[in-house]
Write a protein that binds this ligand. Sequence first.
Ligand code: FES
Length: 95
Amino acid sequence: MRLVIADSHLIVLAWPEDGALKAFQGVCPHTNAPLSDAEFDGRVLTCPIHNWTWDLASGAPIEPQESPLAEYPVKVEDGVVFIDTAGVSPLFAAR
Ligand code: FES
């Protein structure tokens, strides 16, 4: 897992187990805190501040069932990662 910046968007790049490269918002939907110290076990991303979790195969919330992570289209060509930020904005929980 890596945190990168593309077009002023903070983005989590991750390779979930059994999956292709994924790109999700790099800020927590709870408080907008950067996910720079988040833990990733190959499937689940955990925010270290209040331990909210997401499945990085889809960005779906696990616990609590609040906001998913916004996903960015991503592709790799000749070893270069391309992230499409057009029209994608971070999602946030209602609370
Ligand atoms: S700031 Fe991430 S879970 Fe609260």
